[in-house]
Design a protein around this ligand. Structure first.
Ligand SMILES: Nc1ncnc2c1ncn2[C@@H]1O[C@H](COP(=O)(O)OP(=O)(O)O)[C@@H](O)[C@H]1O
Ligand SMILES: O=C(OP(=O)(O)O)[C@H](O)COP(=O)(O)O
Length: 395
């Protein structure tokens, strides 16, 4: 894999895949800058060389073409602040408009393209779309570690249209760091899984069973497990087609001697809102009309004790809907436990767009060993998989 280090981008237009999938609030303001700040080093290297940067990224998971709430226009001002320079914007990510804007760039300038997922072909890895993207640069740089597990047009397929392709600094740092954990994970090794992307992550959890001593499952992911065991989960998040898999996983954890910890209790709410009515409920008997939005006090205590006595910690996915203050308590308590363990000598790696946001919002970003910009990507790497976005840079 070639890196940007030993290449001069002078007079070159670099087409750079970055991961600008950042959280936005209801006013479309960026609420966490981790992924934006991570891109600065690579962009500055290219601009300082006297090159031009054309940035492409996705934002969220748009299903039906362009939609304002998924527009990358919302991040332009934040990029300008981070790079200290004007960032031009193209409301098209391919075609005449994008090509004209890219060709008008001067050395040292940046162009951001609109959300690549506004094209239906992007997530299918459409070749014709990838070829369209490739017209926007002379060389290709992939610095989107957080999306490197996706074999999409802009992350993987596009690379084949370039002779010169490079991994950016985020990609390099992330892989080096993940390797460290893979090669030297002191025991007890605890993985903490949470968040909402159940179908994405449940298969990876199975692979983690070979590496970890403790597996904590909290957040939106946990209710699928309770339902699989025959529990009542009210209207909590669930993926019905993953119930059998969840059951198998519980069995496999037992066989492999992994201590699988599910939250005993939850903070349940009668609406998905910060000001909803709340109460504590046991996780196997949540009443109809109520949903679990945070781990409960008993679960928090148990999880904290496990985390604090761990020597290696891998955390992906918040313990609750931490974006709402009423449901941030569990995530905050686990973050504090991770910090405490780190101070005591443990290595802690936290990954994922929302997990990084949670840790940084709580002010703990500098008190853990490493905050990764990747969630799913980090987990797939840890599982031993070759990430398609990385493989595409190698040939
Ligand atoms: N109990 C829950 N019910 C619904 N959503 C939840 C629950 N717990 C966590 N979440 C949501 O999960 C999201 C993060 O999940 P995910 O994308 O898998 O994590 P990451 O981005 O760190 O990889 C957050 O927006 C959070 O609000
Ligand atoms: O936020 C991301 O992943 P993450 O939630 O695993 O951290 C990446 O931008 C990938 O997004 P995707 O899971 O919609 O492909």
């Amino acid at each position: 894999m070639k890196t940007v280090d030993n290449y001069s981008f002078e007079n070159k237009t670099a087409l750079i895949r970055v991961d600008l999938n950042v959280p936005l609030n209801d006013k479309f303001e960026v609420t966490d800058h981790t992924r934006i700040n991570a891109t600065v080093k690579t962009i500055k290297k290219i601009l300082n060389d006297g090159g031009k940067a054309v940035l492409m990224s996705h934002l969220g998971r748009p299903k039906n073409g362009p939609e304002n709430k998924f527009s990358l226009r919302h991040v332009v001002a934040d990029l300008e602040k981070a790079y200290g320079t004007k960032v031009h914007f193209s409301e098209e990510s391919t075609g005449a408009v994008a090509e004209k804007k890219a060709s008008e760039l001067n050395n040292g300038e940046v162009l951001l393209l609109e959300n690549v997922r506004f094209h239906a072909g992007e997530t299918k890895g459409d070749e014709a779309l990838a070829e369209e993207f490739s017209k926007l640069g002379d060389v290709y740089v992939n610095d989107a570690f957080g999306t490197a597990h996706r074999a999409h047009s802009s992350t993987t397929v596009v690379a084949k249209f370039f002779d010169e392709k490079f991994a950016g600094y985020v990609m390099q740092a992330e892989i080096e760091n993940a390797k460290k954990v893979l090669e030297k994970s002191d025991k007890p090794f605890t993985a903490i899984m949470g968040g909402a992307k159940i179908s994405d992550k449940i298969l990876i959890i199975e692979k983690l069973l070979d590496k970890v001593d403790n597996l904590i499952i909290g957040g939106g992911m946990s209710y699928t497990f309770f339902k699989a065991m025959g529990g009542k989960i009210g209207s909590s998040l669930v993926e019905e087609d993953k119930l059998d898999l969840a059951k198998e996983l519980i069995q496999k954890a037992k066989e492999k001697g992994v201590d699988l910890k599910l939250p005993i209790d939850s903070i349940v709410a009668d609406a998905f809102a910060n000001d909803a009515n709340t109460k504590i409920a046991q996780n196997h008997s949540i009443e109809d009309g109520w949903m679990g939005l945070d781990i409960g006090p008993e679960a928090t205590e148990i999880f904290k004790n496990t985390v604090e006595s761990s020597k290696t910690i891998l955390w992906n996915g918040p313990m609750g809907v931490f974006e709402m203050e009423a449901f941030a308590t569990g995530t905050k308590a686990i973050a504090e436990a991770v910090v405490k363990a780190t101070k005591g000598g443990a290595f802690s790696l936290i990954g994922g767009g929302d997990s990084a946001a949670a840790v940084n919002t709580l002010g703990y970003g500098d008190e853990v060993s490493y905050v990764s910009t990747g969630g799913g990507a980090l987990l797939e790497y840890m599982e031993g998989k070759t990430l398609p976005g990385v493989a595409a840079l190698e040939n």
